[in-house]
Design a protein around this ligand. Structure first.
Ligand SMILES: Nc1ncnc2c1ncn2[C@@H]1O[C@H](COP(=O)(O)OP(=O)(O)OP(=O)(O)O)[C@@H](O)[C@H]1O
Ligand SMILES: [Mg+2]
Length: 265
């Protein structure tokens, strides 16, 4: 694979000239980003700048009008979400989407790929598969520090705990790239740092992250590279120092602050 501008690592995902229109509105305007392997890439920008739209288009929840998306050397533009998921991209949502009446461990188990009818016929094989899945789910809950909650219904969990359950679901299917929309929004700082430390350990073990987050004070120490969006466009990219010293970034954020928007800097 071709090395990226942002690091020497090969890129797991890149987009080229990605655009998305909602009626007259250009929510994405020729967005090109690159996500190197085992990196945590952050996308920031004021409210309405197109961050969630970018994630939704990459993960197949919205269709691109222009441009392309390449994941591990294969074009995935406008493929349906389940196909993109099967290829190794898992996502979490701005608002966690648990199956509220299911327990925590069941929320992880629903994420595993169905082995197909053939295995069901072989009862013993099926039971073994189920057992392995439960063990894997429990191991993930242990890693995330929420194993004590395994039999709690999801609706009883706090916002931060639900974010961890979403990470757990992504890990159940051995995702190569985890795309997260505001992973620590609404989470108390201590738990937010715990979540980010877990993600860093996962990164070290080979997972790549593309995250959108407003809370720069908390996420910046953990990220490798940053893209800044405004009005659907990438207006700056680079490492923390370059971004925070970038005049257009400061202008966009100050403008947003004057209009009363949340921006986190
Ligand atoms: N499904 C939709 N239909 C119409 N317009 C949409 C839709 N989704 C997003 N938009 C518009 O596209 C623009 C980009 O929205 P998006 O949700 O991507 O912003 P964002 O950067 O994620 O904002 P926030 O920080 O508030 O989450 C906004 O003007 C929004 O109103
Ligand atoms: Mg958003």
């Amino acid at each position: 694979m071709i090395p990226t501008k942002s690091s020497g690592a090969s890129r797991v995902l890149y987009t080229e000239g990605l655009s998305k229109f909602f009626d007259g509105l250009k929510a994405l305007d020729r967005v090109s980003i690159s996500v190197p392997e085992q990196n945590m890439v952050l996308v920031i920008g004021p409210n309405g700048s197109g961050k969630s739209t970018l994630i939704n288009v990459i993960t197949g929840f919205l269709k691109a009008d222009e441009g392309r998306i390449v994941f591990r050397g294969e074009e995935i533009t406008n493929k349906p979400p389940h196909e993109i998921f099967r290829k190794g991209i898992a996502r979490t949502f701005q608002t966690p989407q648990p199956l509220k009446k299911l327990t925590v461990i069941e929320n992880l188990l629903v994420a595993v790929p169905h082995p197909g009818e053939s295995l069901k016929v072989l009862n013993r094989e099926w039971l073994k598969y189920e057992e392995e899945c439960v063990e894997k789910a429990y191991g993930i809950l242990e890693f995330l520090g929420i194993d004590h909650l395994w039999d709690q219904e999801a609706y009883k969990l706090s916002g931060g705990q639900l974010k961890l359950v979403e990470v757990g679901r992504a890990l159940m299917c051995d995702a190569k790239l985890i795309v997260m929309d505001e992973p620590v929004a609404g989470v108390a700082p201590a738990l937010a740092r715990t979540i980010l430390n877990k993600l860093t350990r996962l990164k070290q073990s080979g997972v790549t992250f593309l995250i959108v987050e407003h809370r720069l004070d908390i996420v910046l120490p953990y990220v490798d590279y940053i893209y800044v969006m405004a009005n659907g466009r990438i207006i700056a990219e680079g490492k923390e120092k370059e971004i925070l010293g970038h005049s257009e970034v400061v202008e966009v954020y100050l403008g947003a602050t004057h209009r009363g928007a949340q921006c986190g800097v």
